[in-house]
Write a protein of this length. Structure first.
Lengths: 409, 661
């Protein structure tokens, strides 16, 4: 094997540079949205400090020796589960969810650590030599590893994060090589359940679609029938679950279907976000010039609605730059996942990609009004210490995998 | 395997990327203008800037009415949190001294919006304005301040809760005083708070015009004071007094006792608030005889020396009996007036043709509005000759069968003694815009000539004789020459003349040689000495003497100086013994001179309102401590102003000795 001593061969600037620019965009947007805010005035400075810590962690992770991640898999996973149980008991409640643990002046969300623990654990199990993704037993074990933290997170209850977990769990199974039918069996109940929320006719249409697929797969009638029954059950379960939701959560779902139905209530953020981004126009209103932002029409804009600041002040151009930076970053990560010879690391990287992807999808979809309001931050851009550190740590893992990509056989 | 799976991920990523780009294109380029408009509409609003009402001064530039920049505080109970309620309550309790529980109780009510505190004075309000909580807000709520409380209340009127002028010049000149509201466009944040005022789109309010009344504050004080004393001394249900300058028609003072305090107008009833001097009519009685005699003299129908049989006090005329209080066998025309003989005048009046007599009375203004610039004036009633009965003319001649207002009587008396010309009564000396340019200046409004100047001169002397020798003796003053006529009339109670209820009045003027002041004193239902000569005349005398003392310069050619000091001494004594108030000094609020641009003006001794206005205009921020008149400014006068400077103004209550503050 020929050793290349060029720096770019070890250090992937294709990961680092887009992430750095995104972080700087985020800092500008945080500065702008908190400048005139009565209580969030110090957030810019805090984010700078968190940022420095996160970059240090990124480089430490980058330099960790081979095999470190595999060796910390089981302790990290168990520790995550432990923390998730602790937070339900003694956690601090923020906007309706008990998701924060305090250590003196610092607070963090155990679910952020659990992301890493769960990705590592699932990757480790899936990359075992004798794991057969087509066997019912192994699928069940994989899903169990993934769904235990999901269940704990739903108890907090933190819908957004649970959604992220489901995202990367499916991604890992998919990446491992599950057959189309297997994927169908895993996905279809969820699809039917979501359709059921839109109304009875959507529910019927979804069931019809499932029937068509079942017909196309041409499995035996008994098996197909069981799958259909499972779907039906999930549909009714979703309806039951919807009715069991608290009214404000129901409102959020309704407001997504029609934001104008309640312009001052649940649809308020969606409308104001659209107005903010839209009023930015092609070039934007300029840094610190966005009235929607400066007048605080969107609450806590420096967290989940940070993209509106960029849309309003940097316009269409700025918004597209953010999208392209993310897209480029994702393609780099996907490439690293593809070229890595070690299956455990490949799965880990793809899990990390899935985390970013779901955040990106849900956050931006929410900001521009094509998905419902689910409060999760935009990686590297939104304000928030623990999510920034975990995101940088995960990107550090990806960079580390890139550095060591040639050392595995 | 992995590569095809990676491809699917890439495809899905691009699909979502495309969806985002399409959506961004839709809202940021296609619908951008619409959304910009929406954003602007929700972010900006137009706020009205209320114009400040004009100030009211007396004829010598003494400030009578101004505005205090108070602030009212409110809480929207739907928006404020329990924690913030506690913060607000604690702050209010600290600044205003009421217990915090009081405010908590208010805020735990069920209304949507509550007023925590109304009209907080500015220096305390400044402290409370700093509280920034969701649902807590304040509004400027300026208070109209009538600096001397009851003084000239009926002339000034008051301003009600809706900032509308009611009665007095406040109502009559409301248009002038009100000014023009301005507007400004403002940026509003999500909860509707104004966060930014765009100067470019500000259309400033134009303050109302300032009025300078013809009222002389010192005269007004004397008049009110002496009317009150009169009621204390002689009893009586109420009193009215007016002072005018006979040569121009300017009203120098106008008062009714009981009166009211315009600062707390809601505490008084309609009777107390009504300017009875122009709204209520009475039968004038003997004071009216002067007009009868003047008509006859002007027509040359009698001579002063000619003697008449006055029937020993009882005269049967047609089917009625006319009586005199003091019976005589015969009196000259001069003596008829001096002794106020009803029989004499009723005999004399028969010499004049009905229509001519009526024309004279109309000429003096009876039965018509005087057009004094005050709301609510009534015209009284003067019957036409065709409506007269057989005895009407006789009754008219000594002031019955006619109803007049006090202001009509006095306006007519002006014409009687000023050379024979009737003037419209005036109340406004000048009207000036907020920045000092003149809008209107007073000039006498001549209505018509009523009698010849010769007749008028005869009347002056005749009325001086009434005071010297006749029924008006009690009005006689050593200090200054006084002329006048007493009057007593039985009041009409339920359609017949009451035996107990009288109006006791005196109308006089001074100095006789060159009348400068005419004054009416009317006491309703005095307990003792029902005759005008006993009740109203001495009150008039006190008024006249005190007016002369306060304005020695004006009367210098007609004063008996030997007596001036004695009387002053005597008056000083009486002041010590009684609680009545007497004016000594007036405070003059200096107008602000800000001619040099960019320099700090001299604000010492100016009113808060003027100072605030000037500073606002110059773009200087200010903090105010105390109320009243400015006694200290932190930026010295003449200093060049820098942007964003704050000037601290210290104020002190205007302490006018003698005036009730």
């Amino acid at each position: 094997m020929q050793i290349d001593y060029k720096l770019s061969d070890k250090f992937d600037f294709g990961l680092f540079i887009p992430m750095l620019i995104l972080f700087l965009f985020g800092l500008a947007a945080i500065y702008s949205s908190t400048l005139h805010h009565p209580t969030a005035g110090g957030n810019f400075e805090k984010q700078v400090i968190w940022g420095i810590a996160a970059f240090i962690i990124y480089f430490i992770t980058y330099f960790l020796p081979n095999g470190t991640f595999k060796s910390i898999t089981i302790p990290t996973y168990l520790f995550s589960i432990f923390l998730l149980i602790v937070v339900i008991i003694v956690g601090r409640k923020i906007s309706g969810a008990k998701s924060w643990l305090d250590f003196g002046p610092f607070g963090f969300q155990p679910s952020e650590i659990a992301k890493i623990g769960t990705i590592l654990a699932m990757s480790a199990f899936l990359s075992r030599k004798n794991t057969d993704i087509e066997s019912f037993k192994d699928i069940l074990i994989t899903l169990t590893i993934g769904l235990i933290p999901v269940a704990l997170i739903l108890l907090e209850p933190d819908m957004g994060t649970a959604f992220v977990f489901i995202g990367f769990i499916l991604m890992l199974i998919y990446w491992k090589g599950i057959s189309l039918f297997g994927l169908f069996v895993v996905l279809s109940p969820g699809f039917v359940a979501v359709s059921a929320l839109f109304g009875f006719y959507y529910f019927l249409a979804a069931l019809l679609l499932v029937l068509i697929f079942l017909f196309l797969f041409q499995k035996d009638i008994f098996f197909s029938g069981s799958i259909f029954a499972l779907n039906l059950a999930f549909g009714f379960f979703a309806d039951y679950l919807y009715n069991a939701l608290s009214p404000h959560q129901q409102k959020r779902i309704l407001a997504f279907i029609d934001p104008n139905s309640d312009p001052l209530g649940a649809g308020y953020n969606t409308i104001q976000a659209t107005v903010a981004i839209g009023s930015g126009g092609f070039w934007g209103k300029g840094f610190l010039q966005g009235n929607q932002t400066q007048l605080q029409y969107i609450p806590e804009q420096w967290t989940d609605f940070i993209y509106c600041v960029i849309g309003e002040e940097f316009g269409f151009v700025g918004s597209i730059i953010i999208l392209i930076l993310f897209l480029y970053l994702f393609l780099r990560i996907l490439k690293i996942a593809s070229i890595t010879k070690d299956e455990f690391l490949s799965l880990t990287v793809i899990g990390i990609l899935a985390v970013y992807l779901v955040h990106y999808l849900v956050n931006l979809g929410m900001a521009v009004g094509i998905l419902p309001v689910i409060g999760i931050p935009l990686p590297f851009v939104s304000y928030g210490g623990s999510s920034l550190i975990v995101n940088m740590f995960m990107l550090g893992i990806v960079a580390n995998v890139y550095r060591n990509r040639k050392n595995y056989t | 395997m992995i590569n095809s799976r990676a491809l699917l991920v890439i495809i899905l990523m691009f699909l979502f990327f495309t969806a985002l780009v399409v959506k961004l294109f839709d809202i940021q380029i296609v619908r951008s203008e619409e959304l910009k408009y929406y954003a602007q509409r929700q972010q900006t609003g137009v706020e009205t800037i209320a114009a400040e009402q004009g100030l009211i001064y007396d004829r010598n530039n003494v400030l009578l009415v101004y505005n205090r920049p108070d602030v009212s505080f409110y809480v929207d109970l739907r928006m404020i949190s329990q924690k913030n309620k506690k913060v607000v309550a604690a702050a209010f309790s600290k600044v205003l001294g009421k217990p915090a529980n009081y405010y908590m109780k208010l805020m735990n009510g069920s209304k949507k919006t509550i007023c925590l505190e109304k009209k907080v004075i500015i220096e305390k309000a400044e402290l409370l304005k700093d509280i920034k909580r969701v649902g807590y807000f304040y509004k400027d709520d300026p208070t109209r301040v009538y600096h001397y409380n009851n003084l000239a209340a009926h002339a000034l009127g008051y301003v009600n809760n809706d900032h509308k002028g009611v009665m007095g010049v406040s109502e009559y000149f409301e248009e002038s005083l009100r000014g023009q509201d301005g507007s400004r466009s403002v940026d509003k944040n999500a909860i509707g708070d104004v966060v930014n005022v765009s100067e470019a789109e500000t259309n400033p309010a134009i303050p109302g015009n300032n009025l300078f009344l013809t009222i002389n504050k010192n005269y007004q004080l004397i008049l009110e004071d002496e009317l009150r004393n009169g009621i204390n001394q002689y009893g009586g249900t109420s009193a009215t007094g007016i002072m005018m300058d006979p040569n121009t028609g300017e009203v120098l003072a106008i008062a009714n006792i009981d009166d009211f305090n315009p600062n707390e107008y809601w505490k008084y009833d309609d009777f107390q608030r009504r300017n009875r001097a122009i709204t209520d009519t009475y039968e004038p009685g003997s004071t009216f005889k002067a007009f009868t005699i003047a008509s006859l003299l002007d027509q040359g129908l009698c001579r002063l020396n000619e003697k008449l049989n006055v029937e020993n006090g009882t005269y049967k005329y047609k089917n009625v009996r006319i009586r005199d209080t003091h019976p005589f066998n015969s009196l000259s025309v001069k003596e008829i007036i001096e002794q106020s003989s009803n029989i004499g005048v009723s005999k004399l009046v028969q010499r004049i043709d009905d229509e001519k007599y009526f024309k004279y009375l109309r000429g003096f203004g009876f039965g018509n509005y005087t057009s004094i610039p005050l709301p609510g004036e009534t015209a009284g009633r003067l019957k036409k000759p065709t409506e007269w009965s057989k005895v009407s003319k006789a009754y008219l001649s000594f002031g019955y069968e006619i109803s007049v207002t006090p202001i009509q009587m006095l306006t007519a008396y002006c014409a009687l003694i000023n050379g024979g010309v009737l003037y419209e009564p005036q109340l406004i000396n000048k009207e000036v815009t907020f920045d000092g340019s003149l809008v209107n200046e007073f000039s006498p409004k001549k209505v018509r000539r009523v009698i010849s100047s010769e007749t008028s001169e005869v009347m002056r002397n005749l009325l001086a004789d009434v005071v010297k020798n006749g029924t008006g003796k009690k009005a006689y003053s050593e200090l200054i020459s006084i002329g006048g006529k007493t009057g007593t009339s039985q009041k009409l109670v339920n359609g017949s003349y009451s035996k107990k209820d009288y109006n006791s009045s005196f109308i006089g003027f001074f100095p006789v040689e060159d009348p400068k002041v005419v004054c009416l004193v009317l006491i309703n239902s005095p307990d003792q000495g029902k005759y005008g000569g006993l009740v109203a005349a001495p009150i008039f005398k006190n008024i006249a003497e005190r007016v002369v003392e306060t304005d020695v310069d004006k009367f210098q050619d007609h004063i008996n100086y030997d007596l001036l000091n004695n009387i002053k001494y005597a008056n000083d004594n009486s002041k010590n013994n009684s609680t009545h108030i007497k004016t000594t000094t007036s405070f003059n609020v200096k107008p602000i001179n800000y001619s040099t641009k960019g320099k700090m003006p001299d604000l010492i001794n100016t009113s808060i309102k003027d100072a605030i206005y000037t500073l606002t205009k110059l773009g200087v921020k200010y903090k105010i401590k105390g109320t009243g008149i400015i006694i200290y400014q932190s930026i010295p006068a003449g200093k060049t102003l820098k942007p964003n400077e704050t000037c601290i103004l210290e104020c002190s209550e205007i302490n006018v000795r003698g005036a009730s503050l």
